[in-house]
Design a protein around this ligand. Structure first.
Ligand SMILES: [Zn+2]
Length: 304
């Protein structure tokens, strides 16, 4: 057998193998953040081939519009992003450069999770001087599992809309996810009971939905304005404030620079809870279930 015939035999075999792992007609999804990649995976399984634009150790407000990201948007059938202006600094650039009409704003190919939850911290006035404030409210919706549940229903519907041929697959996977998520939420609510009313300091205004879910009480933020790193003078002000109004711990996301919270932790004698914030933000947060398991484990550990 010469090499030419070998190649003819080997090629279809290889193609068949890769076709078995990801369907050739798989829906190409561009997820802006890891939590939406994880949710898409829950709801579509192998029917979606998912490209995740950012990882848990990256600041999702600020992302470089790299050529690899532009190419991924150009190829995508569906964008699954947070919306609520979280990606305002980079996604419009990608959309412009990619020139893919299917995923432009307002098209079925663009899904914004924040459209399906009630937003917190919607500003009554908008002023650049107030820092990195988002006009449509706080975009960090993924820290409340009730939001994940609401987004799952809408995302499943959208998957069916853009890929009607697999409607029954999406329907079944949603039903299965809903059962598992409801069970997990019951478990989390029970676990989290001792956290109710706990006073906390936050590094960035990244946790209003978590606070709302668990009944945490935010005493102060380390950022003088959202998105602005604290000066040492400002940190001293926070320390003084904490002497009058003590807090139990400082919360920061895995992607935040830890220096400010460390400084405060040593002087106020309260621990820092480093929360995964999204999927991949810690070893245990490898999917959405692990994200909330580990978030609660970190909070409970710091509250001891
Ligand atoms: Zn933010």
């Amino acid at each position: 057998m010469n090499t030419t015939t070998l190649r003819f035999i080997a090629l279809p075999a290889l193609t068949l193998l890769s076709a078995l792992s990801t369907p050739a007609h798989a829906l190409k999804v561009f997820a802006c953040e890891p939590e939406w990649a994880a949710l898409t995976k829950e709801l579509a399984g192998d029917q979606a081939s998912i490209y995740t634009a950012t990882n848990a150790l990256q600041d999702p407000h600020q992302v470089q519009a790299k050529p690899s990201l532009i190419a991924a948007v150009r190829n995508a059938d569906l964008l699954v992003c947070t919306g609520a202006e979280l990606e305002i600094g980079w996604l419009p650039v990608l959309l412009r450069q990619a020139g893919n009409p299917a995923v432009q704003s307002g098209q079925p190919g663009q899904f914004n999770a924040a459209d399906y939850v009630k937003k917190l911290e919607v500003p009554t006035r908008l002023d650049r001087a107030d820092g990195d404030v988002h006009a449509s409210g706080n975009p960090h919706i993924q820290t409340d599992p009730r939001n994940i549940a609401a987004v799952a229903q809408a995302l499943s519907k959208r998957l069916t809309e853009v890929d009607a041929a697999h409607a029954s697959l999406y329907h079944n996977r949603l039903a299965d996810f809903n059962i598992r998520w409801a069970q997990a939420m019951q478990r989390w609510d029970k676990l989290a009971a001792p956290l109710k009313g706990m006073p906390i300091v936050v590094q960035h205004k990244g946790f209003p939905y978590l606070e709302n879910w668990l009944g945490l009480n935010e005493v102060i933020s380390l950022e003088p304005k959202p998105g602005v790193e604290p000066s040492s003078a400002y940190l001293s002000t926070v320390l003084t404030q904490l002497q009058k109004q003590p807090a139990k711990m400082i919360l920061r996301a895995a992607y935040n620079d830890g220096r400010g919270s460390q400084w405060l932790s040593e002087r106020a004698h309260i621990p820092v809870a480093v929360l995964p914030f999204t999927v991949g933000g810690s070893d245990k947060a490898q999917d959405l279930f692990g994200l909330f398991d580990d978030t609660l484990a970190q909070l409970l550990k710091a509250s001891k």
